[in-house]
Ligand binder design. Structure first.
Ligand code: LLP
Length: 456
């Protein structure tokens, strides 16, 4: 359920007519619905309420600071994976104790920054809110990362009255197949993320009593998107058995971060509901949560994918061989998911006649009017630059506005300036108000870091 719907053939986001919006703001354009972001957040929070989890929205999915601020206003924390995302979290004024930090390649500076001690001119604390505040949890991905964290923390005086030792969770791979694209499968034994379950025991034996960094949690993130709730069940069975073993060995587990990966409805009815996920997961954790285990969730896509669309203008319609091409001003540089993962995004004109008003998002939605198979492609000089292949669409012409649905997650965050296309603008709609939350880049923006060549 989201707040994008056709009214008399015109697509609205909440109270805003998207054809009018695109006319004013230009294309390509990302548009987010505040009410949808909050609706998804609230539904997830309600479904898992019994566990009283800390929900840490995954910044990488939709990092605009206005989106982060909106979710934080509802109580959300954040899952970050880089110093840049941590900076965004601070600029969004999210309480630092609600920030968790994963990622296989944290640099020493990023670690210092997350400890609230970067303290150099790259990051002037007087300009960055809460720059001296440490984050809530480090999700550790390797032995050497833990040693680095502990040694940096020790050198800064962690474990003394002036500085508490950072809390860390070990990221484990329960080796359960998430049955998703291989590029976004992370919880298998042989991935670059985390450590396998056998190694986890040795890990705790070696580092579990360290005083400079407290290893008190387990973290998993299995992949994304996961449409089968049983994947979580199988992974939790293995991880909880590990947790019990560790407890028996004298390493009590206080935090269990079960990651993200909940699916989104790229086509109507594709994703299980929040309640379906919760029905599978909550019973496994209920008693432990009641006994004080802190549960963390790191949802990204399920909150923001269908809270955002990409609007693109049709530039040309052409034929080549037997194929018909709709060339528009958005492409792999604006939304790379179709090109990179073969991902499906429902695409439909933002204004249609009554015969073409869709009541569902599907490869071939149930409409009366005729449809024509086309490839929807972008302006980038690569054959892999497409948004859809063999896609049945109502007849479209130069100047029409296309809507790419489900583009709120991993859309703008993976957009690039390839072929020197400036990044698109982002709009956050709230009722009848449309706020430009990121202005469209200009050609000046493209070259601003290149104008002055300096000697090193
Ligand atoms: N936690 C961790 C540690 C993650 O690595 C991710 C996503 C998430 C949480 C959030 O996952 P979500 O709830 O959004 O599924 N670019 C790909 C997805 C990559 C996901 C990377 N990690 C895509 O467009 O499908």
């Amino acid at each position: 359920m989201d707040h994008f719907e056709y009214r008399d053939g015109r697509l609205f986001c909440e109270q805003i007519d998207l054809s009018e919006l695109a006319h004013r703001a230009g294309t390509p354009l990302y548009v987010y619905s505040a009410a949808t972001l909050l609706l998804h957040y609230d539904r997830l929070a309600q479904a898992f309420a019994e566990l009283n989890p800390l929900i840490c929205f995954s910044v990488k999915s939709c990092p605009n600071i206005h989106v982060l601020r909106l979710l934080a206003s509802r109580g959300s924390g954040l899952d970050v994976v880089s110093g840049g995302e941590l900076y965004r979290a601070r600029m969004a004024r999210v309480p630092m104790d609600k920030v968790v930090y994963a990622g296989v390649g944290k640099t020493d500076d990023e670690i210092r920054d997350a400890l609230g001690r970067l303290g150099d001119d790259r990051h002037d604390p007087s300009h960055v809110p809460d720059a001296d505040q440490p984050i809530g949890l480090f999700n550790i991905e390797s032995e050497s990362e833990f040693q680095t964290l502990a040694s940096i923390a020790r050198s800064l005086g962690a474990g003394t009255p002036e500085m508490a030792s950072p809390e860390a969770a070990l990221r484990v791979n329960p080796d359960v197949d998430p049955k998703t694209h291989k590029y976004t499968s992370t919880g298998l034994k042989e991935t670059k993320f985390g450590v396998d379950l056998e190694r986890a025991r040795a890990f705790f034996a070696r580092f579990g009593r360290d005083r400079s960094a407290r290893l008190t949690g387990l973290h998993l993130h299995l992949g994304s998107p996961i449409t089968d709730p049983n994947v979580y069940v199988r992974a939790l069975e293995k991880s909880l058995a590990l947790s019990d073993d560790l407890e028996r060995d004298g390493f009590p587990i206080c935090t269990l971060d079960i990651g993200g990966g909940f699916a989104a409805d790229y086509t109507t009815g594709l994703a299980p509901s929040f309640d379906q996920y919760a029905r599978a997961i909550v019973p496994m954790l209920r008693e432990r949560a009641a006994r004080g285990l802190r549960i963390i969730l790191e949802p990204g896509r399920t909150i923001c994918a269908n809270a955002g669309v990409l609007l693109a203008r049709v530039l040309y319609v052409k034929e080549s061989g037997d194929r018909k091409f709709v060339v528009c001003d958005a492409g792999m540089h604006t939304l790379i998911r179709p090109a990179l993962y073969g991902a499906f995004h429902f695409i439909w004109p933002a204004a249609v006649g009554p015969d073409h008003e869709p009541t569902e998002r599907a490869l071939r939605p149930n409409v009366q009017g005729t449809l024509e198979e086309c490839d929807v492609v972008g302006p980038v000089c690569e054959s892999g630059d497409f948004l859809a292949k063999d896609r049945p669409l109502p007849p479209v012409a130069r100047g029409d506005l296309l809507t790419v649905f489900g583009a709120g997650a991993y859309g703008m965050s993976m957009a690039s300036r390839y072929n020197s296309h400036p990044l698109p603008a982002e709009i956050l709609v709230d009722g009848d108000q449309a706020l430009v939350v990121r202005r469209r880049e200009s050609y000046e923006d493209l070259v601003m870091h290149e104008l002055e060549a300096e000697e090193l």
